[in-house]
Design a protein around this ligand. Structure first.
Ligand code: UDP
Length: 405
């Protein structure tokens, strides 16, 4: 099949760690690669955000990244991209009509890509599959007035759920949210993200560390909802442990970063500054080294659409202490591969971390089960196979798929 993946703000070629570059970029890159490995021809359409970007960039065999001229050729926050989606879809229509590469199916990632894909799909007869990655209703519930999404986001997301041929949910929690939004179950498929277990594995080099100081690793974009502040507050009841924060701006920009500053101040006021190390953004290729250096991965988001980092840690044989929200309820099995605690509850987080760090037998058992779960239950190959079946069904090439349970 010829698969058009639309990812307006999240390029699979982008450096990760910044405010708008994280899980979706990884997801699109890994999925495109896995679909190409299944023999499909994949084009990833993403917004052109620098003037020197060539239109088409080969990413690997079977995957081309196409830079779509829509809006100024400069980086813009994703919440400012809605006005340019009309140009985005117009450009897709021209390409898909004029080119000899008419897609069999379009798979949109994030709601604004969905708008562009549905508009272009209607004019060209291309069926559309939608993955939201994050839902406006959930974001608004947790962030309230701090949510900078365009006001019409929630309405558009609802409409999209009925306009597309299928919606791909990534976890059970998202299925429930989608049902509440009125998306019929027979239009949904539950296909979780995967992890590359060849790259993320316990074997291989690790970042150097102090063997006498337990290491808690946390990874994420520098946004409030990732709960870094809760983790730093929790640190005071986890004696002796160091907390290593990966993500955010590049290391050279950390000194002047206001978010990093706030974390440093909080660490000072809670008297854990000597145990906090903020590393900054790390290239994707170096992530396994950081996971392997940790005794535990802590992730304390207020909400989490899926959460790739816990899965990456698990695939490296690292137990996870997480808040029991969104996709983390599916990936982390409480009491088996790690511990789940309530969000925004530094005390419970600290207690769970203290227990896992103080009990090597529990840690070993969690690590073993975590590795097994990541390897056996989550792979991009499996996601690509399931999506291949779905794409065939919506484009009339295969058998219809059933409703999500
Ligand atoms: N990541 C990275 N370098 C960093 C920080 C994060 O390569 O400095 C990657 C990380 O390995 C993961 C992704 O960015 O693949 C983050 O995905 P996740 O789903 O955990 O969070 P999101 O960004 O979607 O909120």
């Amino acid at each position: 099949m010829r698969i058009a993946m639309i990812s307006e703000h999240a390029s699979p070629l982008a450096a990760l760690g910044g405010v708008d570059a994280g899980g979706q970029n990884t997801h699109v890159a890994e999925l495109a690669t896995a679909l190409a490995a299944e023999g499909h021809d994949v084009r990833v359409y993403t917004r052109r955000d620098t003037s020197d970007q060539p239109v088409a960039v080969p990413m690997r065999d079977g995957v081309t990244v196409v830079h779509v001229p829509a809006g100024p050729a400069e980086p813009l926050p994703k919440d400012e991209l809605l006005p340019y989606m009309k140009d985005f879809s117009r450009w897709l229509v021209e390409q898909w009509r004029g080119d000899d590469w008419a897609p069999t199916v379009a798979h949109a990632h994030f709601w604004m890509s969905g708008l562009a894909a549905v508009t272009a799909g209607r004019q060209t007869g291309v069926p559309v599959v939608q993955t939201y990655h994050a839902l406006g209703t959930v974001k608004k519930r947790h962030q309230g007035a701090a949510d900078t999404s365009p006001a019409r986001r929630i309405g558009y997301e609802r409409a999209l759920g009925r306009a597309v041929d299928r919606v791909v949910a990534q976890c059970q929690d998202e299925v429930r949210e989608l049902v509440r939004m009125g998306v019929p179950r027979n239009r949904m498929a539950l296909i979780p993200s995967g992890v590359d277990s060849d790259r993320f594995s316990p074997e291989g080099p690790a970042e150097p560390r102090d063997p006498d100081r337990p290491r808690i690793l946390t990874v994420g974009r520098f946004v409030e909802r990732k709960g870094f502040a809760d983790l730093i507050s929790a640190l005071k009841i986890v004696p002796g442990a160091e907390c290593v924060v990966v993500g955010g701006p590049p290391p050279t920009a950390l000194d002047s970063d206001p978010f990093a500053d706030r974390l440093r101040h909080l660490a000072e006021s809670t008297k854990v500054a000597d145990r906090l190390r903020i590393v900054g953004a790390v290239p994707a290729t170096e992530m396994p080294r950081w996971y392997r250096s940790a005794d535990v991965l802590a992730t304390a988001p207020w909400y989490e659409p899926f959460g790739l980092t816990p899965l990456e840690a698990m695939a490296c044989g690292v137990p996870v202490v997480a808040t029991g929200v969104g996709g983390l309820n599916d990936t982390v099995v409480d009491g088996l591969t790690g511990d789940l605690v309530s969000p925004r509850d530094p005390r419970s987080l600290g207690m769970a971390l203290r227990r896992v760090l103080g009990d090597p037998v529990r840690r070993f058992a969690y690590a073993t089960a975590a590795l097994d779960r990541a390897r056996q239950c989550y792979s991009w190959k499996r996601a690509a196979e399931q999506l291949g079946t779905l794409y065939a069904a919506v484009s009339g090439l295969g058998r219809p798929t059933g409703a999500v349970a």
